[in-house]
Design a protein around this ligand. Sequence first.
Ligand code: ARG
Length: 581
Amino acid sequence: MTAAKALSIESPTAILSTWIREAFRGRFPDAESDFADIAVVETANPEFGDYQCNAAMGLAKVLRQAPRAIAETVAAAGEHPDCLARIEVAGPGFLNLYLDNDWLARHLEGIAADERFGAPEAGAGKTVVMDYGSPNMTKPLHIGHLRSHNIGSVLDRLHRFLGYKVIADNHLGDWGTQFGITIMGYRHFGDEAAMQTAPLEELERVYVLSYEQTKEDPAWMEQCRAELVKLQSGDPENLAMWEMFMRLSLEELDRVYARLGVQYDIVHGESYYRDKLAGTVEMLEQKGLAVESEGATVVFLEEEKLPVCIVRKSDGGFNYATSDLATVAARVEEFDPDRIIYVTDERQQLHFKQFFAVCRRLGYTVELDHIWFGLMRLPEATFSTREGNVIKLEALLHEAESRALDIIEASSPDMPEEERRAVAAAVGVGAVKYADLSQNPQSLVTFTWDKALALDGNSGPYLQYAYARIASVRDKYADRFPEGTPETEPLRLDETIERALALQSIRFGEVVTRAAHQYKPNVLTDYLYELAQTYSSFYQNVPFLKAPEGVRESRVRLCGIVAAILKQGLDLLGLKTLERI
Ligand code: ARG
């Protein structure tokens, strides 16, 4: 096969939208509208054409005509672009557009040869900083940490795919309140032996004990605050302890990230900006944005109807917002990004509103987006073993792999042990990721194993199996027709189901663009699921190897294109594809 190149391919949506806009302009030259908003959209139902335009309905007033008459006038506009086979008026004034079959086949061939499968290079020349994952340190990662890493890394890959320059930054919470609490806990309750065997669990244990103490004992709370201030002002003993905590935490992160396939360009935690915090507050004061209030330094955000944003506490300690303000300054200076994207759970909405409001007052022009997501809930009895109240992310991944292994042992008893384990890791971790990604990010996700591991629903394993099945068609063909070269045979789209599959395949580029720009990985999961379903009815409804020569090659080629699109899509979602399951 020849290597894919970057081609510039205009989608039928773009071609037809431009054409129909011009048709309106040509037909209604005196109208008090430039028709700039007119566009066609993909239809979900083939009864309404491949694409549809409903502009006539909204223009009845401006053009002083019935929508149906307007639609008829436009439909009769002479010259059609090559891609358009016919245009029909339906119902009260819908315009249904049908693509030319041959054009569709050639267009899909072009998309298959393009390294981006027809997606535009939307991000050319644009830089985006992505801040996701960003866990607070010294605690093991738990299931609550999945979504930010998972959704964030998909948005990261989607943007890179579209040609954006992405700087993925893991903005670790490594300089905040929890350190004062952990230092006190470690000093008073620390167990050396436990630190050797399970350090993060031990740190979490002492953190919890110390935290409980803060609720009962105000003096303890005071001391925790004092320890944090000491750390933040460079006390050597606290700093040494902090360094040890950090080293242990980072080892754990590396392990889990390798398993999840999460990668960063930079890992600049809050501590990286620690020498900038005092300067940030001073700068805010100098600009008259921050003022003294009850011993603290705050920015009033009454105009924005938001609560005050505290940038320096009365004990001299700095806040989360101070650190984010110092970080934004450094990012703008170092990377000059067009956009900074922050991915966190829904509970941080207020923080980002306040912090963005202060940024606007400071005159930053970089676009700042907070992408928040709902919590992930696990019903009782999701786990065979459950320790304590929080479920560790590693335990979730472990359970996923062992459940996947059971399924594979049942379905492929002949597979060698080592391969089976590798497949189980890919299917298990993929199932967990997909279960999260296939939901609207902003909704509450209820995770169940049945759904995550289902082989016949909208799940990761379903798509991984679908891919492996499609890939095997090519192998079967090669066995029977070793001389055949389906990749160079022209595609033919004579059957309705072939045409439907081709139509869906050419939409990949638009889907990926939408998923990236709307910050919704589920736009892509929905698409891949539908594509796999259409493929499955294609496979069931038309003969492949028994089809006449030419048709046979075209079908095998179409399979190969669908497989490549599925693989690319799953890759963007961070799911591995396997040639054999
Ligand atoms: N460390 C924070 C948390 O665990 C998330 C940080 C998000 N990024 C940021 N720049 N504020 O909740």
